[in-house]
Ligand binder design. Structure first.
Ligand code: ATP
Ligand code: MG
Length: 436
């Protein structure tokens, strides 16, 4: 029986090719994320990959694409309605409230990395299981917090080596601004109602702002001439947005103001932003986020302001590949032991274990019976040295190390082998400029 991957999913493999599905690349990206978030004071939070369906129905919003058509929702064996998580923000808010984390202090900064699930038409940059890195900062309502999360996202992209990114920022105002804007927008859309897509017709009464986010070409054309939210802001919402733009200017972040961004989720207020690339085709938004001051209160938690973002790792990795960004490999064996015969097999096994116990990456040939086949395996493992060990070496007490790249050979007494390798390992990890 041959079973294949479900549609819209993919494997991440330890295969060193130029693909974004190479596990070395994923490890590198996750490492950069972990290091950068720590430097900005964010701590990791992990939530389950499935939750009660109502969390997303209420938390993400009934008129969003995600809830209307993209959720993997099913009943478990006891008839509970379950959804695979389509995004991280609602789940983090749920976990925060459920674990009473507000007791730990007035402000909180979280990050997460993990798979998300959306029942979308599979295509380049759009998968049914994809991965997001996101952050959520709770407790601060001033624009420095918005600027900090934007800066963090761009810093991660920069450290990953991404180039030519565009940052679009906008504000969707506060409730009062949106009420004013909603009226203006409905007034504008009314004469075009008949031409709108069916989804947008549904949204017209329930949540007309959502129409700005439509991917339907005709809808897009209609909203091009729609009034701008920027002309309907309350003084408070306007001041917040101006202060954010000023802060971004001060830290040399280049952005464009794009008054068409509303984002695909219902919980946003004030700041919204997107980061785009021109290098991966149609699915060009790599990261997006905004402020969502009411969400935690909506889950019966404290009424804390909040701002965050999520970035799709597939699109980030695809951009890295398209831009030919170099990245480091994960560690490969420093030494590959090849035993000749039973006795030396025991010695090799001891030496390999000793290496590993002292943090020296090493491997041992346990399969091939012939030296050329064993050397092939050593080359494939990308080891630096190979050590072929037979009765001669056992008698002399000396190992022969061969550098696979330079073909140089060196004889070392067994007792000196580990210190020699450790020194070599230190040198190679400190100059880990082995990029590709
Ligand atoms: P899009 O406009 O592309 O549908 P979205 O508005 O649904 O994106 P968000 O819900 O904000 O996106 O998700 C955050 C990020 O996750 C996106 O910017 C994108 O990089 C990534 N993403 C979203 N859906 C998918 C998917 N189906 N496959 C791969 N990445 C995705
Ligand atoms: Mg989407």
């Amino acid at each position: 029986m041959k079973v294949q991957l479900p549609k819209g999913t993919f494997d991440i493999l330890p295969v060193a090719d130029e693909s974004w599905r190479t596990s070395d690349l994923w490890q590198h990206v996750e490492e950069v994320i972990r290091k950068t978030t720590a430097e900005y004071g964010y701590r990791e939070i992990r939530t389950p990959i499935y939750e009660s369906a109502e969390l997303f129905d209420r938390g993400v919003g009934e008129t969003t694409d995600i809830v209307m058509k993209e959720m993997f929702t099913f009943e478990d064996r006891s008839g509970r309605k379950i959804s695979l998580r389509p995004e991280g923000t609602a789940a983090v808010a749920r976990a925060f409230v459920e674990n009473n984390l507000q007791q730990l202090g007035p402000t909180h900064k979280f990050f997460y990395i993990g798979p998300m699930f959306r029942y979308e038409r599979p295509q380049s940059g759009r998968y049914r299981q994809h991965h997001q890195f996101g952050v959520e900062a709770y407790g601060v309502s001033t624009p420095e917090q918005d600027a900090e999360v934007i800066d963090l996202l761009l810093q991660v992209y920069k450290r990953l080596g991404l180039k030519n990114l565009k940052v679009h920022v906008n504000t969707v105002g506060d409730l009062e601004s949106r009420k004013l804007y909603r009226e203006a927008l409905m007034e504008y859309l009314k004469p075009h109602f008949g031409e709108l897509s069916d989804d947008s017709k549904t949204r017209f009464e329930k949540n007309p702002l959502r129409i700005l986010d439509s991917k339907n070409p005709k809808d897009k054309e209609i909203v091009r001439e729609a009034p701008s939210i920027l002309n309907h802001l309350t003084p408070d919402a306007k001041a917040h947005f101006q202060a954010l733009c000023h802060l971004l200017d001060q830290i040399q972040i280049h952005y464009e103001i794009d008054d068409r961004i509303v984002r695909g989720l219902d919980y946003y207020n004030k700041t919204v932003f997107e980061v785009l690339t021109e290098d991966i085709g149609a699915q060009n938004t790599i990261g997006a986020g905004g402020r969502y001051d009411g969400l935690i209160g909506q889950f019966e938690g404290p009424d804390l302001p909040a701002v965050g973002f999520a970035t799709g790792l597939e699109r980030v990795l695809q951009t890295m590949m398209a831009q030919k960004v170099p990245y480091p490999k994960s560690s490969r064996p420093l030494i590959y032991f090849i035993p000749l015969g039973e006795e030396s097999r025991e010695k090799c096994f001891q030496l390999a274990s000793l290496c590993r116990h002292t943090h020296i990456p090493s491997d041992i040939e346990l399969y091939a019976k012939k030296v050329p086949a064993a050397i092939q395996n050593a080359l494939r493992s990308e080891a630096k040295f190979v050590c072929i060990l037979g009765s001669e070496e056992l008698q002399s007490g000396k190992a022969k190390l061969k550098n696979l790249a330079t073909r140089e050979e060196k004889e070392i007494h067994f007792d000196h082998l580990i210190p020699y390798l450790r020194e070599n390992h230190l040198i190679s990890t400190t100059n880990s400029s082995e990029h590709r």
